[in-house]
Design a binder for this molecule. Structure first.
Ligand SMILES: [Zn+2]
Length: 88
């Protein structure tokens, strides 16, 4: 069962601890695919500080945190979210 916590500071802490990230740039929920960031790329995003979740025309942006069985973390970020230079 994936966590539904969306607090930016929580997502930031998870990303800082090491995670991969799927960026839903258009906010459609992933229908047209995610842009993937590996742990190295996520570390660069994290260096910019915590994310800001924005309100879009229809829906708020969102960050979902999922954990795999082996203890890895996956962040799914739905636009509009601003996070460093890479997301936003
Ligand atoms: Zn899309």
């Amino acid at each position: 069962m994936p966590s539904r916590r969306r607090v930016p500071s929580f997502a930031y802490a998870v990303a800082a601890a090491g995670a991969i990230l799927g960026w839903d740039e258009c906010g459609c929920g992933g229908d047209c695919g995610y842009r993937w960031f590996d742990e190295k790329a996520v570390a660069r995003v994290v260096a910019a500080g915590p994310p800001t979740i924005r309100r879009g025309k229809h829906e708020r942006g969102a960050i979902s945190v999922l954990r795999s069985d082996d203890g890895g973390s996956l962040l799914v970020v739905r636009a509009p979210v601003v996070w460093g230079d890479a997301l936003g």
